[in-house]
Write a protein that binds this ligand. Structure first.
Ligand code: GCV
Length: 644
């Protein structure tokens, strides 16, 4: 980057790259129009080939230092992916303002649902010891446009808000600042009691409110550009305003008022499920929809992409399109809790795109989820997207090398949600491995098919939440021993002698009524319902004729068997690429694919053998029959599966 005092004139040659803001280099205002600069906005950039003093140079400019950094990273991306750079005409600005990673990292360095080792934050040695990885982390995030990090688990520990820990957070914030990354913290609702010695955490109590005001002041003294709070409240045992007979808006507004003087925000999660409702699907909507309009201006409600919980495939959450008074922020999960955890190659961009492009019909056709979250549908200026981090202290950051692609995809889509999954995969492959065409083509094919393949060997045709209890590892559709019915797989598949699937139509729980009439109509009718969501919304006879002409039972078998064939094909494709990848990375992925194939077979056999006890139909002879019994699959135990 050029500083003010660098003698530009004398150093100019053809092909030189200038990276500067107009303040640093006033001549830029003669080379770039006001309109173009305005279009780049505060964080965006312009990369343009220009003639300057008779020389053809490449100019990277922006309205801010961070814009220059993003522009420089983008230029490097062009070089690394071998794009032509002779005639550049790029103006790029982010689709979304808040582009965040949410770490679920505990203060003891254990990462909830983490499959890449321990937390990269070494709280014990902070703030005095600065691990170089913190800087690498910040640089990697900036290179894909991430501009905020919530450091700790949403199942929060109030200790992170104490003076000693704030100093540690401040040390991280200092490292991240030059990379345009703000620090956010998870606020445990009961912190005033736990670390403030108060008797209550009631959000309408003046002493409690004052405690949070003081806490915010203390945080901003330590971290002047602190972003704000991320909160999980009254969900899965976390304390919240409902403990005091208040609602989510009361809780969020108290925190919002505390950070407002410093321009801080509150991201209040909608991942809640009360015991009252007839269907877990409906619970977030039931709690939050009535509160629309009651939140402060600096609050966003952060909604998981689907109504249940990051399942291999979910319809979009009906909250998108249902609340128009408050900005809704998207929460995707990078860490693969239900997507093969640390051992399955699953490229998530197609999942993200499926959700972002889904039409809510909230304001007629074209009211996509993307337009809800970028604020354009309802005219909100605050907007954002978060990914639950898949990063740990593993040498390759994400445990599975291909997990990096999901981190990359989140950043790229938060910057520009119009990019498609193929483009993003293409960029990532070229920057991670090589530009060699046959390699890029094969890996792209692998990545682009991997999500669908995983859906089909785990939960085809709209099955969901049939994994093992607690650790969520492997299949356990038979499981029915948890105290809450809606924690148990049997609640979700509802298999019986008639058929399988959850009836959410008007004859069932009527969860479909939470969607716009256009969607409801489409899904309500078993004949028009997209088959990929069939068992999400219908209890379907085993003999039901599918579009393929097969019965539901036959189709279920076909999906499971094809998915196993597909993952075996992916394994072979990887094996064919040995000469393009260094031995270490080749073997790493090869070994993980061996596990993935084994586990895909496990899912298929366990699920089909179990569902067969209801359908009483045989697995067609043309398929290789399961070599183990249902009893065997049911007997498997994994007490130390990671991430719980
Ligand atoms: C952080 C699921 C996960 C929990 C997670 C929770 C959440 O229930 O299994 O580990 O807790 O989602 O998103 O809050």
């Amino acid at each position: 980057m050029l500083g003010k005092n660098i003698p530009v004139k004398n150093s100019l040659q053809n092909g030189v790259i200038l990276a500067a803001t107009a303040t640093q280099l006033p001549v830029i205002t003669q080379l770039i129009s006001k309109e173009s600069l305005a279009a780049a906005g505060t964080e965006g950039f312009i990369i343009r080939s220009v003639n300057y003093q008779g020389k053809k140079i490449i100019l990277i400019t922006a309205n801010s230092d961070i814009g220059i950094l993003y522009g420089s990273f983008h230029f490097l991306r062009l070089l690394q992916t071998q794009q032509p750079v002779s005639k550049l005409e790029i103006i790029s600005s982010p689709s979304l303002q808040l582009r965040l990673l949410n770490h679920w990292d505990n203060l003891d360095r254990y990462v909830e649902r983490g499959y890449a080792g321990m937390s990269i934050w070494n709280w014990h040695t902070l703030p005095d010891y600065i691990d170089l990885r913190y800087k690498d982390y910040a640089r990697a995030n900036a290179s894909i446009g991430i501009n905020g990090v919530s450091l700790t688990n949403v199942n929060a520990n109030a200790m992170v808000l104490t003076k000693a820990y704030l100093a540690k957070c401040a040390a991280l914030a200092n490292i991240f600042r030059p990379y345009g990354i703000k620090v956010y913290l998870t606020a445990r609702f009961s912190a005033p009691i736990e670390i403030g010695n108060l008797k209550t955490a009631d959000p309408l109590n003046d002493t409690v409110r004052q405690w949070w005001n003081n806490k915010a002041k203390e945080i901003y003294e330590a971290i002047p550009d602190f972003g704000g709070f991320l909160v999980k409240a009254n969900s899965e045992g976390q304390p919240g305003p409902q403990n005091y007979g208040r609602d989510h808006a009361d809780g969020a507004n108290m925190l919002a008022d505390a950070v407002a003087p410093y321009k801080g925000i509150v991201m209040w999660r909608a991942f809640v499920y009360s015991q009252q409702s007839t269907d877990r699907f409906k619970q977030a909507y039931e709690e939050f929809k009535p509160l629309d309009g009651k939140f402060r201006k600096n609050v966003l409600v952060q909604v998981k992409n689907g109504p249940i919980d990051f399942q291999p495939r979910e319809p979009f959450s009906p909250l998108f399109g249902a609340m128009d008074q408050i900005p809704l922020m998207m929460e995707f999960q990078l860490t693969q809790e239900y997507l093969g955890q640390g051992t399955h190659l699953v490229y998530e961009a197609p999942l993200f795109k499926e959700v972002l492009e889904a039409d809510t019909y909230a304001k007629g056709k074209g009211s996509t989820v993307a337009k809800v979250i970028d604020g354009s549908l309802y005219g909100h200026s605050l907007n954002g997207m978060a990914g639950v981090s898949n990063i740990g202290n593993n040498r390759n950051w994400t445990g599975h090398l291909f997990g990096q692609a999901n981190w990359y995809a989140l950043g790229r889509l938060a910057w520009n949600y119009n990019l498609n999954s193929e483009q993003i995969a293409d960029e990532w492959i070229r920057q991670t491995f090589t530009n060699e065409r046959s390699f890029v083509t094969t890996i792209k094919k692998i990545m682009l098919s991997s999500h669908e393949t995983m859906v089909n060997y785990m939960t085809p045709l709209g099955l969901h939440h049939i994994m093992g209890n607690g650790h969520h590892y492997g299949p356990a559709p038979w499981s029915d021993n948890l105290p809450r019915p809606d924690w148990n797989p049997v609640y979700y598949h509802q298999a019986d002698s008639f058929g399988i699937g959850f009836d959410r139509t008007v004859r069932g729980t009527n969860a479909l009524a939470q969607f716009a009439p256009e969607i409801r109509k489409q899904y309500e009718d078993i004949n028009t319902c997209d088959e990929k969501y069939l068992l999400w919304f219908h209890h379907v006879s085993w003999k039901h004729k599918m579009k393929s002409g097969l019965t539901l039972w036959e189709e279920l078998c076909a999906k499971y068997y094809k998915a196993v064939d597909d993952i075996k094909a992916i394994q072979q494709q990887w094996n064919s690429l040995k000469n393009y990848v260094d031995a270490e990375r080749f073997q790493h992925v090869q070994q993980l694919l061996t596990i993935q194939v084994k586990e895909a077979i496990w899912w298929r056999n366990a699920c089909l053998l179990y569902f067969q006890t209801f359908s009483k139909m045989s697995i067609p002879d043309k398929y290789e029959q399961p070599d183990k019994s249902l009893k065997y699959y049911k007997s498997l135990r994994f007490p130390y599966a990671p991430g719980n």
